[in-house]
Write a protein that binds this ligand. Structure first.
Ligand SMILES: NC(=O)c1ccc[n+]([C@@H]2O[C@H](COP(=O)([O-])OP(=O)(O)OC[C@H]3O[C@@H](n4cnc5c(N)ncnc54)[C@H](OP(=O)(O)O)[C@@H]3O)[C@@H](O)[C@H]2O)c1
Length: 256
């Protein structure tokens, strides 16, 4: 896949991994569009990358996802790359009943339904381009779950599965499907909880995920596990039960 001259939509592109990807794509000579809910974060992102396009869209709402797709179709005729990056992560304890889960933000809607919806809506536009890509940002936790984040891990496992099927369905088209699998990354995601726990290891810098993504695109490496996520992918295939036990023993030690 070419890594220059693309028109790239990055969801959740104002912070963390999404913003690192925006910087990497801009510096490689691509046109970049980002979206998110918080206007102040988008303004901040545009201040440091004036050439990017920004839009406020809440991807938890189907109607706003449609509006985002309409904007892309009308204003970006060369649009050829969708990066499904926006995501949230919640700790949920199902021994407490349904109240927790029902009262907070919907991880299934944001982490899974939105990427599926955007892919479905934008594939016709991507078909028009000679070369196009969909990049789904999943997680090492989609391969070996942390039981304290049960729905988050399930959405990422589902996004992995969706990526495999979509890649297969689109194999004879101009659209390539990539999956980026980050390990723990030092971003806003889970930041409060990590600080509360006094956890020293905050993960790798988001720029490392961005450079691994650009490298993977260049070499058509469709599934790229970054850093420690490689171990999770490997053990999910070799010995998932043992890996689950180790991960979740650790989570007790870390008081996750
Ligand atoms: N950090 C990690 O350790 C890690 C590890 C593996 C995978 N990942 C994945 O990497 C992706 C990026 O996360 P990150 O670590 O970079 O965290 P982050 O800085 O919190 O980024 C998440 C982005 O998604 C946007 N977003 C969340 N809900 C949204 C919604 N309803 N509509 C539109 N945008 C929304 C947020 O912007 P607004 O809040 O302004 O909407 C934010 O810019 C996520 O899919 C995450 O699951 C992260």
């Amino acid at each position: 896949m070419k890594t220059t001259g693309n028109t790239v939509l990055i969801t959740g592109g104002a912070t963390g991994i999404g913003f690192a990807l925006a910087k990497a794509f801009v510096s490689a000579g691509n046109e970049v569009i980002i979206c998110g809910r918080r206007e102040d974060k988008l303004i901040e992102a545009k201040r440091s990358l004036p050439q990017i396009h920004t839009g406020v869209y809440d991807l938890s709402k189907a109607q706003e996802r449609d509006l985002l797709c309409d904007w892309i179709a009308s204003d970006f005729k060369n649009f050829n790359m969708l990066v499904n990056n926006a995501g949230i992560q919640r700790m949920l304890d199902f021994t407490r009943g349904a109240a927790d889960w029902l009262s907070g933000e919907d991880e299934i809607e944001i982490n899974l339904k939105a990427p599926v919806h955007l892919a479905a809506r934008l594939i016709p536009a991507l078909f028009k381009q000679k070369e196009a890509a969909i990049i789904n940002v999943s997680s090492g936790l989609g391969f070996i779950p942390l039981a304290t984040m049960p729905v988050y891990c399930a959405t990422k496992a589902a996004l992995h599965s969706f990526s495999i099927s979509l890649r297969h369905q689109l194999r004879n088209t101009s659209i390539k499907v990539f999956e980026v699998i980050p390990p723990m990354v030092d971003t806003e995601l889970d930041k409060g909880a990590r600080e509360d726990r006094g956890q020293a290891n905050r993960g790798i810098p988001p720029g490392e995920v961005a450079s691994a993504t650009i490298t993977a695109l260049k070499s058509d490496q469709y599934e790229v596990a970054v850093g420690m996520a490689q171990n999770l992918v490997k053990s999910s295939r070799e010995n998932p039960d043992a890996a689950f036990k180790i991960m979740n023993r650790w989570s007790i030690v870390l008081a996750l």
